[in-house]
Design a protein around this ligand. Structure first.
Ligand SMILES: [Zn+2]
Ligand SMILES: [Zn+2]
Length: 269
């Protein structure tokens, strides 16, 4: 768990990002603000990450992309595949365009263009199997959020790891997470975050609308229970969330193991 935060900047929680390690293959899932430094803190050289999979194109999930792309290249990455829903190619090209003079300068210093100007983009707009060159079967399913958002299910031998991305409760996440060993799930809407006790009508309106976009820890517990998941890892927290209460909210619904993610937490299967 590289970053367990949300769009609100937070010293305790970096922007949303996870790394799935399959043996020595690190696969990055989302790339929020601070992802590259979080990789360094986790002792995962960013240049060794050759696959990045975006769940959706919300700023909190991609703020770290420029740094990851150019910083990893600067450290020697010569191959990168980026996977994501429709829009990912345009997003990538926009970033490249934004930094084209900078890239040209670095190429003029003698750095090869590979790894930055030849990034392989895999764009998809439908649920189903995604063919990525990694030692896992990858299936995507559409989540309920306000831009096209896909959760990913990774099957490695008989192990199953699922990342929801951002989502409100939906039968699709239950199906995607069926019998998962680990389900990493959006549980942004804990009552204990920054919206607690607010009387501010503007904040109350936002809080109400957020119910259509994310899960509460209680709903996360329901989803994990219904899916028959073994371990629920909750993430995407607002500042000042109280982990014990998040855990309690989920444990009321889920009989498996509930984990409230923290930055740099490692989960083994
Ligand atoms: Zn989102
Ligand atoms: Zn988000």
């Amino acid at each position: 768990m590289l970053g367990t935060g949300s769009p609100r900047p937070d010293l305790e929680r970096s922007g949303p990002a996870q790394v799935l390690h399959i043996n020595s293959n690190p696969i990055l899932i989302d790339c929020g603000e601070g992802t590259t430094t979080q990789l360094l803190k986790a002792n995962i050289p960013p240049e060794n990450v050759n696959v990045l999979m975006f769940t959706h194109l919300h700023s909190d999930h991609f703020f770290g992309y420029g740094q990851f792309l150019l910083g990893g290249w600067g450290r020697g990455r010569r191959k990168l595949t980026v996977v994501g829903p429709k829009g990912i190619r345009e997003f990538h090209e926009t970033v490249i365009n934004m930094y084209k003079d900078d890239i040209a300068y670095r190429v003029s210093l003698g750095r090869p263009e590979n790894g930055v100007l030849d990034v392989k983009i895999i764009e998809f707009d439908q649920a189903g199997e995604i063919h990525v060159d990694i030692p896992a079967k990858v299936t995507a399913k559409e989540m309920v959020h306000n831009v096209p958002t896909f959760g990913y299910r990774f099957e490695i031998d008989d192990m199953v790891i699922v990342f929801s991305g951002d989502t409100a409760p939906t039968p699709n996440i239950v199906e995607l997470a069926r019998e998962a060993d680990v389900l990493v799930l959006d549980a942004a809407l804990s009552k204990t975050g920054v919206y607690r006790d607010t009387k501010d009508p503007e904040l109350l309106k936002i809080w109400e609308n957020l119910q259509k976009e994310h899960c509460t820890p209680e709903q996360a517990g329901n989803i994990a229970q219904e899916a028959g998941a073994k371990k629920l890892v909750m993430t995407h927290f607002l500042p000042n969330v109280i982990p014990e209460e998040v855990k309690e909210e989920a444990e009321g619904r889920f009989t498996g193991e509930s984990i409230v993610a923290e930055d740099l937490m490692e989960i083994y299967i």
